[in-house]
Design a binder for this molecule. Structure first.
Ligand code: GLY
Length: 396
């Protein structure tokens, strides 16, 4: 399907600087866009919006794809804000397609696929059906855990290259496991998430607190076999979205365990972002902090949105630095709310994202996960401004 409808003036993103940035105003704008999307994008389990193809058409994916939960999750987020029944229905409809993914045994991405859809829904609806899907998906995910390695295996592809690859992104699947322990009363999900975080803490980080993308382990003893990248510029470079996944993952893992090692790591990753000489003033990083042709390289708005959402939460754990984190997040949200980063092709909100530059895939386009974390960050910032707390938007 060719997506050629340009957003009307009525739903155009605001031109704002950080001084007058309003999360609730931006959420209102996105709510109107999302309501329009319901009629523009037909419900189709085989074509869940992911990004835009080079010819401008919608890149839709089957639910098997790792990104399939974000579109439903974005509807949940905007329903949380607006309480508009049309958004609730859309969220439920797109979420229902994800249900079979709880038994997907080919990937670690069950957190993204199930927790960003069913998890978001459960936090609003408290329904038994959704709760069971989260527990089932967690049970499936821990089948990929090896005690010999001490981590959950990420990928099954590229077997000629890697024996037991674990990627920094995998930190994002742990939240679902922590929640599954609370929902089921079974401690095993928590224990595995914690062991995975310990292994990642021990081996994924360099001395400058940037992280490797892929650590490949020997399956028989958990020793490191290779330190690689897959989507970054080089094995020793700092792929921007990977840094954001780590920041978010260790912030959540601290929330759930209260282990100060994890808080320290989240603070160190934040510091890596803050002090990096290649970070542009609008705080939207290049797709890799060490991309070879900076400043003539694409930005990755998705990395910025993920990091902003994480920093808003971190501001509540590391209160000494909370002003710094919130100022940074506000700058990101203000930038993403500006015309410069506004997607002009429905159903997307934010553009200038990079999926995988080394694979020449999704370069400088809107991508569904940028929208999801943009909305999440706006909801968090809005809750903090309104209530002085995140309890309304983050389950404890
Ligand atoms: N988790 C895959 C990515 O961030 O592209």
């Amino acid at each position: 399907m060719l997506v050629c409808v340009i957003w009307g003036a009525c739903v155009s993103q605001q031109r704002v600087g950080s001084s007058n940035f309003s999360p609730s105003q931006q959420l209102q704008i996105l709510t109107e866009k999302a309501i329009n999307n319901i009629t523009l994008i037909p419900l189709d389990s085989m074509k869940v919006p992911r990004s835009i193809n080079e010819d401008g058409s919608l890149h839709g994916v089957k639910t098997r794809d790792w990104t399939s939960g974000f579109y439903a999750g974005t509807f949940w987020g905007l329903y949380r804000f607006s309480k508009d029944a049309r958004l609730k229905k859309a969220a439920m409809d797109w979420t229902s397609f994800q249900k079979k993914e709880r038994y997907d045994d080919h990937t670690h991405d069950l957190g993204f696929k199930i927790y960003c859809s069913f998890g978001e829904g459960y936090r609003l609806m408290n329904n038994e059906d959704y709760k069971q899907v989260i527990i089932d998906a967690s049970e499936q995910l821990i089948q990929r855990y090896s005690d010999k390695v001490g981590a959950i295996r990420s990928w099954d592809h590229n077997r000629d290259k890697w024996d037991y690859p674990v990627i920094i992104d995998n930190m994002m699947n742990l939240e679902m496991l922590f929640v599954a322990t609370k929902l089921s009363g079974n401690q095993k999900y928590y224990e595995i998430a914690n062991k995975h975080a310990q292994k990642t803490l021990a081996n994924h980080f360099r001395t400058d607190n940037s992280s490797y993308h892929v650590i490949d382990y020997y399956p028989e003893n958990g020793e490191i076999r290779k330190r690689n990248t897959h989507q970054g510029h080089s094995h020793e470079s700092a792929w921007a979205r990977g840094q954001a996944w780590g920041l978010y993952g260790f912030t959540v893992t601290y929330r759930e365990t209260k282990n100060l090692q994890y808080l320290e790591k989240a603070k160190e990753i934040a510091n890596f972002f803050f002090t990096h000489p290649n970070l542009p003033t609008d705080k939207i990083p290049y797709w890799d902090f060490n991309a070879p042709n900076i400043p003539n390289e694409e930005r990755d708005a998705s990395a910025a949105a993920i990091a902003a959402s994480a920093l808003i939460e971190l501001s509540q754990h590391d209160t000494k630095n909370s002003k710094k984190y919130l100022a940074w997040a506000d700058q990101v949200l203000s930038s993403l709310s500006s015309k410069t980063y506004e997607a002009t092709t429905p159903p997307f909100f934010v553009t200038q994202c990079v999926g995988s530059k080394p694979h020449n895939s999704e370069i400088n386009v809107p991508i569904s996960y940028a929208d999801y974390y943009f909305v999440e960050a706006l909801l968090r910032r809005n809750a903090l401004m309104k209530n002085g707390s995140l309890s309304e938007v983050i389950a404890d």
